[in-house]
Design a protein around this ligand. Structure first.
Ligand SMILES: NC(=O)c1ccc[n+]([C@@H]2O[C@H](COP(=O)([O-])OP(=O)(O)OC[C@H]3O[C@@H](n4cnc5c(N)ncnc54)[C@H](O)[C@@H]3O)[C@@H](O)[C@H]2O)c1
Length: 310
């Protein structure tokens, strides 16, 4: 199968491409402008793929010739730094990807959306919950979902929309674990924590995330399939800080626990637009055979090890 991955040089994308290459029948094309991704993440498999360093806000139709399946991951992944500017940019690039899918009769599109589309909704949030985003990032994902759904319906493309929890693991370049490890490498006497530390969310290992998307891609049969993807467990930010500190002490990078300094934040959250509590109902995907191997805490411990050693 000929598969095109947008954002394949990024965190989730590079892990995804590695897994897709395990099937020797897959031919992989990656388009990434390296604005967030890194060429070194693709080093282990660069000889086995066709890579284009290219901005998706531009002419891209030719890259989609005879492509069967598109994994659309390219986006600004930062909730905190999202803005109306990133909203229009990511919407534009998603429209370009969908237009190219339409023109080249692509069969399947798989899109990485986010739990942030729900905003501050009831916990154990099902896919049927009302979507009320509270950040530009969440709004961007919801708007892109609408475009994916529309193109799939009008042009008979099979669509898969994944509302991801916080994904963590090898090659991560953003998020709370990456932030804490790097802050402590720079200053081991104090750790600055955004918000009051009680923000509590579900963290899913990148391996479980990819496995979940594969389970959906293989078994879901509707024209447009929407799935939550997370763990059934949550961890709060203060606990994450404790696990990072423990990991840094074990790796002999720091000698003792630093002072935790809670700063900034907005109404207890990390920043204005931060959803304070997140736990997704994953039963829809479980019914198709998905079962996360790692709990939120196990995934965090593993991600801390990966980040310290990177
Ligand atoms: N990491 C998470 O916790 C998480 C959670 C929910 C959803 N997501 C979504 O999953 C996807 C992948 O996230 P990630 O964490 O791997 O982020 P990432 O930044 O590592 O990957 C995104 C990739 O897209 C590329 N890109 C961005 N704009 C581009 C453009 N105009 N043209 C070409 N390439 C472009 C970047 O260079 C980067 O390699 C994103 O859509 C993100 O919003 C991630």
């Amino acid at each position: 199968m000929k598969i095109l991955v947008t954002g394949g040089a990024g965190f989730i994308g590079s892990n995804l491409v590695e897994k897709l290459l395990e099937n020797s029948e897959n031919e992989i094309i990656v388009i990434d402008d390296l604005s967030g991704g890194k060429k070194e993440f693709m080093e282990p498999f660069i000889d086995k793929i066709e890579f284009h360093e290219k901005d998706l806000v531009g002419e891209i139709d030719n890259y989609f010739l005879e492509v069967d399946e598109v994994w659309h991951l390219a986006a600004n992944p930062d909730v905190k730094d999202s803005s109306i500017k990133t909203f229009f940019r990511d919407l534009e690039l998603t429209k370009n990807v969908l237009e190219a899918c339409k023109k080249n009769k692509v069969k399947n599109i798989l899109f990485t959306s986010s739990s942030t589309v729900y905003g501050e909704s009831e916990l154990n949030t099902p896919e049927t919950c009302e979507t009320k985003p509270i950040s530009f990032y969440g709004a961007t994902k919801l708007a892109c979902e609408a475009l994916v759904s529309t193109y799939c319906s009008l042009y008979k493309i099979n669509g898969f929309i994944f509302r991801l929890a916080n994904i963590i693991g090898k090659n991560s370049t953003h998020g709370v674990i990456y932030d804490f490890v790097n802050k402590l490498k720079a200053n081991n006497s104090e750790l600055e924590i955004l918000g009051d530390g009680t923000q509590i969310k579900s963290y899913l290992s990148v391996d479980d995330c990819i496995n979940g998307m594969f389970v959906a891609g293989k078994n879901a049969k509707d024209q447009i399939n929407v799935f939550n993807l997370g763990t059934k467990t949550q961890t709060n930010v203060k606990e994450i800080a404790e696990i990072v500190v423990e990991g840094m002490i074990n790796a002999k990078l720091i000698e003792e626990k630093p002072e935790f300094k809670f700063v900034g934040g907005f109404e207890g959250g990390g920043w204005k637009g931060d959803v304070k509590e997140m736990l997704l109902d994953i039963s829809k995907l479980e019914k198709l055979g998905f079962k996360p191997v790692n709990s939120s805490q196990d995934a965090i411990r593993e991600a801390v090890r990966e980040t310290i050693n990177s």
